[in-house]
Each structure stands twice: as C-alpha cells, then as structure tokens.
Design a protein around this ligand. Sequence first.
Ligand SMILES: Nc1ncnc2c1ncn2[C@@H]1O[C@H](COP(=O)(O)OP(=O)(O)OP(=O)(O)O)[C@@H](O)[C@H]1O
Length: 523
Amino acid sequence: MISNYLKKLILKIGVARVMAFIVLLIISYAVYFLQPYLINQLFAQKQTQTNRVIVLLLLAISLMMMPLINCLNNGFIQAVRKYSKQELWADITKKPLSYFARQSVGKVQSYIKDVSFACRELEQTSLAVVIQMAVMLLLYTILLSLQNIWLGLAYLLFFIGYLLVSIMMARKNRQNVASSLSSASKVNEYIVDYYRNVETIMSSDAAKYEQDKMDKILAHEQSSFIKVQAITNKAALLQQLMIVILACVIAGISQFLLGTHDSQSLSIVLILLYSILNLSGFGTQYLAIEELLNRIRAGLAELEYGKVEKVPLTCFDLDGSKQEIIINGISYSYHGQHLVLSNLKLNFKKGEMSALIGPNGAGKSTLLKIISGFYQPDKGQIILPFSDRPTIMYVAQDASLFNRSLMANICYPDHQVDLQKIYGLVQEIGLDSLIKSPTDLIDKTPGDFKNKISGGEEQKILFLRAIITKPQILLLDEFTSNLDEKSIATVYKMLKQYLPKSTIISVIHRTAELRYYKHVVEL
Ligand SMILES: Nc1ncnc2c1ncn2[C@@H]1O[C@H](COP(=O)(O)OP(=O)(O)OP(=O)(O)O)[C@@H](O)[C@H]1O
C-alpha cells in the first residue's frame, strides 16, 4: 500500500523532476564530502600557489553546499505537500457513502495531515540522509582504499554494520508508532465531537465529565508516545556506543599514522572524523525515517487508502416502457449484520408525487439511499422507468449547507441561472426577510448571518436547490420537518409548479401533509 502511494506521489511530482533533484543532491553531497581531501591538499607541502588558490575556492564552494541544498529543496517540498494531500483526497472522494458514515471527520482530517507531514519530512530530511550516506560510503571507501585496501574494507564493513544495527532497532518500533498515531487521532476526534455537541454538554452541566474523558484520552496518548521514545532512546544509546568505539579506533590510528609523519595520514584522520560526525546524525535520522514510514503506513491503513469497495448502482435496470419505479424484492443489511429491508416490493408512479411513510427505523431513509445509488442491496432489483439513466437527487434529512455563497449553495454544483430569477424564488418561498437583496445571494455565506441560519431556512435553501436542479427523480427525506404550516403549503405549491414532470418520493411523518400527495406508500 505504501509503495503504491509513494509511487503515485512520485508520478504526480514528475519522475524527471525527482530524478533531477536526486542527481543534484548526489553532486552537492559529493562536493561537500570532498572537504577532508581538499583540506589535506591545502596543507600539502608540494602545492603551487595557483593550485592552493583553486583548492581554497573549491573548499569555499563545498562549505556553501548545505544552505544551497536547502534552497534547492523549497519548490520540491511544496510539491510534496500539495500532491501528498491531493492523492489521498482523490482516493477518499472515490469512496462510497458507507465510508463517510463509518469514518469520523476528525480522524480523516488528522490522518491526511499526518501522512502529508510525514511525506514532507521524508523528503526534506530522509531522502537527503540516504543520499548523504550513500555518497559518503562510496567516496570515503574509495579514498581510503586508494591509500590502504584493508583500511577501505574495514571502513566499509563498520559502516554497513552500523547501518544494520540502526535499521534493526528502528523496526522494533513499528507497532508502537502505529498505536501512538491512533491515540493522537483520538484526541482530534474527541475535539470534533465536543464541538458538535457543545450545546448538549453545556446544557447537561457536563464540563467535569467531559474533562475527565479528555484527560483519559490524553493520558493514553502520553503513555503510547513514551513507549515509542523509550525504544528510540535505547537505539540512540547503542548507536552512540558504536561511534565511541570508532572514535577510539581513530585515536589509535592517528597516533600510529601521524607519528610516522605520512603525508596522507591527515586525510585518513579527517575522513574518519567526518564519518563520525555524519554517522552520529544518521543513527537518529534512520530512526526518524522508519518512524515516518510507519506514520505513512498507519495513516494509509486508517484512511483505507487504495481499498476498493463494493461499487453500488449495479441493481438498476432501465425500462422505458414502464410507468413506475419498481422495487423488486430488495433486501439490505448494514455491515452484513443488521437486516433493515427484507424482500421489499413497492412501486412509485412515474412523474407523480408519492409519500413514503412508516415508523421510525423502518428503513425509509435507507430505501431512498438505495434508490439514489449510495448503497448496494444484498439482493433484489430496482427498475427505473426510463430508457437512459435518469438524473436522481436526494435531499438528506440532516443535510447542511456549504460554507460558500448562498447562490453557490442554491445553484450547486454550477447551474447557470439568472440572479433575478433565483431572487424571485427566494421571495416566493419567504426567505426575503433573511436574504434582503439579490446581491446578498452572491456576497453572503450561511455563516455570515447573525445567528446563523435556522433549520427551516436551511431546508428552504436546500429545497430551492432541488427546484433549480430539476432532477427526473427527486427523493426528499423529511424535507418539511422544520417548516411552519404556511411554508409547507408554499413548498408543495412550488413543487407542483416547478417540477411537474419529476417523479418525487418524499418521506413524511405528519399525517396532515398526506393531502398534498396523490399516492401514499407504506413501509
Ligand atoms: N449507517 C448506518 N449504519 C448502521 N445502521 C444504520 C445506519 N443507518 C441506519 N441504520 C439503521 O437502519 C435502520 C433503518 O434506519 P433508517 O434511517 O433507514 O430508518 P427510517 O425509517 O428512515 O427512520 P426514521 O423515521 O427514524 O428517520 C435503523 O435501525 C438504523 O439504526
């Protein structure tokens, strides 16, 4: 899963761009790691004055390499920020409705942020570290081997041993990292939940109760991060011990070599010193790489990245000769366990308005969602009386508005309708006390109103959206539940006037409203 995600990310950024960046990093680090060799050349006794100036210039350039690399990195890292989120979001928006029903918004937000952050860190620090180590290993093995083959070989073996120990230690932490991330996302979920239910919490005088809940979640987060850090610290200790051993070896070698006044001994000691300095960083950096990969892995798993789910819509048959929507033996159970509809057989007249009634929990909303194509029934079939696939619109019971202009909400997604015509509908439905002029439609968003928009006003805006969309099949789920008597009469009048040909199925609870319907279907 992770390799697939990273592959897609690289494709989005551009393979050529990634390769060019890597080559540039390799060149930059090669120049940087030549420093011991250049220093040695600078102090070599047989150097001409011109050569000394050239070497000094090269040394100055090599000292500038690190900040130069950081400058190169900026455009690249912002591309990683953009495409890491874009790829996740593209995958999530392909998911069926059931995904959004089971995954909380806090959790999804938290993991998108986390995966994207880990990708950026991986690029910014880890990619550089891997290239840095590879260049250092290769360059110094060659330079040392040129002086003494055994020295080069010993250096290579020690280096590889050190890398292996770092990798092994980091892998031990995988499970802990995954559980610490999950506990961090719980904090986020809790905050979103608190926000949503703040009125209930305040009216229940539950501040203390909620505080205890948050304390427990934070304590769990704390203990899981302590576990991760403990292994990281142990690994860092072991790695430092290996570095100390290498330092002692260098001290011995330098005593032995420098004592002989060999002209190349300074270069050997400098190479080993540079290796020590960079290796001590690598230990912690590798742990960070492993942790970042674990973060991405855990995030992708939680977001169900790349998981293909049963695609709905397969139960539809189109038959233009029919005059009814025919529900033919539909059964549906949530998560394969909770049987809600069993062998259901119903008909809804084409081009007319039917009321769908039944007790709470009977499955009315579920049926509308199946007709909308959101859920795939376990068995049965739906025959739509059309030759081509009709346009279907579902207005959910608890639908809310986008934080976009009122016009954008009414004409969603992008119906081109004259502003004056929309304002005429606004007046007709009685929203003109709220939306005072046509410019309000463009300038104001639902959040701009003093006390936000009331439940009834929200339903009226959603209703106007349905009128503008003019779907062939309109599925309304308790769309009048917040409306007063006068508004109810108005919306039914508007339905007849503006959608005379649509097939409308409307879930209602108030029996007084049945007089507006030609057909009543009971579940
Ligand atoms: N996403 C879901 N996951 C699991 N069970 C669900 C889900 N949505 C609904 N249910 C269950 O399915 C059953 C039918 O729910 P549904 O909302 O379709 O009924 P309804 O007839 O519209 O009810 P109401 O009149 O109260 O709105 C209920 O028992 C409900 O708990």
